[in-house]
Design a protein around this ligand. Structure first.
Ligand code: PLP
Length: 356
């Protein structure tokens, strides 16, 4: 049996590289509470991504919760059913009600033309996901938000390095969040970040550190979402490899597309004027039956794709059911094929020959 191929493989630098950065934390004896490594990682990320405000956090879910809490959102939040459960759960955890709007059949992001119909007097915000790193229709969402006085949060967990119209996708909306989980494109083991307009920065910063104003006073309510020095050290070693990693993944995807060309398999469309990051390689089959056959064939061959994202969030057992038929249909037929920087040409030929 050939070596197991998973849907992704965490990029790991050499242990020596990691240890050489960790040594700086050891030397200070300072493991968290925004030590030198977290501060340095934030600076380097600002530069690499082209953003002005960033708060490194301990995962990619807490920034969503902090954004909802910090913006004072109440009542209903319009969102996408085609995302990871963290998006929806964050809304519910913060005592708001998700209102699902169906997705666009080829971009797979929230269908902006259906948002206005879902707005009620209870609506306080739009929380949309740039799924697979594909930007939502940010201009139209911005227009709607201004018209109805709504806040906009983007779950940009998949968007490390994505640009839209020449600037970081994290610069759109009131707040964007990213995940640096080990399965994501850029990682710190567990980790994440919040990006926001300058007017919100101080408040979000306090929220992520228990609401502290110095050691003996408090501005307000907070939680602990701080990134540790151990996480930041991983980020600092991984970051210099990111351009190379994205390059390699681009080559993998190009080869996949060549090998799958002429088959009945569809890919989603990247939005015009977006520079994508090659974070995932989702393919759509003509039916769920075909998807399950392919998945089984691959698994027998020790290859493990993943059904990102299945099921859709509008079917969660703890929510009132709504009916996003396009999302449900796509979600049943879409499969993320293995994608990482170490995937070889022969791996891809083997995988695709089992599919077509
Ligand atoms: C991974 C992910 C998250 C959560 O990030 P964590 O770092 O695992 O907390 C949120 N939203 C989406 C769309 C994700 O894929």
């Amino acid at each position: 049996m050939k070596a197991k191929i998973n849907v992704t493989k965490t990029f790991l630098p050499s242990q020596e590289e990691y240890q050489s950065i960790l040594k700086r934390a050891w030397d200070t004896g300072w493991m968290t509470n925004r030590g030198v490594l977290v501060k340095e990682l934030e600076l380097k990320l600002k530069e690499f991504l082209g953003v002005s405000n960033i708060i490194a956090m301990t995962n990619g879910t807490l920034p969503i919760q902090i954004a909802i809490k910090g913006l004072g959102l109440k009542g209903e939040i319009i969102t996408t059913p085609f995302t990871y459960v963290a998006t929806t759960a964050a809304i519910v955890w913060e005592s708001c009600t998700p209102v699902f709007v169906d997705i666009h059949p080829t971009y797979l992001t929230i269908d902006e033309t259906k948002i206005e119909a879902a707005i009620t007097s209870e609506t306080s915000a739009i929380l949309a996901t740039h799924v697979y790193g594909n930007p939502c229709h940010v201009e139209e969402i911005d227009r709607i938000a201004r018209k109805y006085d709504l806040k906009v949060i983007y779950d940009a967990a998949h968007c490390f390095g994505v640009k839209y119209k020449g600037e970081s996708i994290f610069n759109y909306g009131d707040v964007s969040t990213c995940s640096f989980h080990a399965t994501k494109l850029f990682h710190t083991g567990e980790g994440g970040a919040l990006f926001c307009k300058s007017e919100y920065y101080d408040q979000f910063f306090q929220h992520h550190n228990f609401g502290h104003e110095g050691p003996e006073a408090f501005y307000g309510l907070g939680i602990n979402a701080k990134m540790s020095e151990l996480q930041a050290a991983m980020g600092l070693v991984v970051l210099p490899y990111m351009s190379e990693i994205m390059d390699r993944r681009k080559r993998v995807i190009n080869l996949y597309q060549e090998c799958l060309g002429g088959s009945n398999i569809d890919m989603f469309h990247i939005r015009d004027k977006a520079i994508w990051n090659y974070a995932y390689f989702p393919v759509m089959f003509e039916s769920v039956k075909k998807l399950l056959e392919v998945k089984q064939t691959l698994e027998i061959n020790n290859i493990y794709p993943r059904r990102y994202f299945f099921p859709t969030m509008d079917t969660l057992p703890y929510l009132r059911q709504s009916s996003c038929y396009i999302a449900r249909d796509v979600s049943r037929r879409i499969l993320c094929l293995p994608l990482h920087d170490k995937l070889t040409e022969s791996d891809i030929l083997r995988i695709t020959s089992l599919i077509v």
